[in-house]
Design a protein around this ligand. Sequence first.
Ligand code: DC
Length: 208
Amino acid sequence: MVIAVDGPAASGKGTIARAVAERFGLPHMDTGLLYRAVALNLLQMGSELDSEFAATRACDISQIDFADPELKSETVGGIASRISVYPSVRAALLERQRGFAGQPGGGVLDGRDVGTVIAPDAEVKLFVTATAEVRAERRLAELQQRGMNAHYEDVLADIRARDERDEGRAAAPLRRAEDAHLLDTSEMSVDEAVAEAVRLVEGILKRG
Ligand code: DC
């Protein structure tokens, strides 16, 4: 079974995808980490950050350390959002994601274009969202928990800029697949959002 979980930055899609994967005993891939790994590689190579050519070269990573905490930084996330507009970067990362979705038994993938491009035949598609303000509050709390000094207005502006890039790009923009179930977590706690996602998946599987 393949479960696609898409949505904007800080919508809670990662937490939901991990919990759903655990609940149904499936492997999980955070596809955003691939874009972040390319962004980090680009930074470490000291290459230009706005060059499609350099970004495509930076996709040549044989082994990604998904546990590297650097991948989670705001700087790397911002660069990931910028390089993800390049069609050649998206093409270079496609096979890794399709390979993961196509493994025996399937898996859960979260990202922006899993239900639309990576795994359009996924058995279950969730589109997780929340208002920009709620997402900014969550991201701020997460940053403060990591001991970082951040301001709500800056975080909100960053979330809005990222939404605009993710939704506005020509190549595989962020959008809800027609057959994706909308899960608006604006007024839900993490536990409520996870419970609702599990309920949705169970309902879809029952209808089979
Ligand atoms: O989910 P995230 O914040 O870790 O993703 C970082 C950036 O990577 C995001 O702003 C856009 C890009 N991305 C993408 O274009 N397609 C995906 N499937 C996942 C992430």
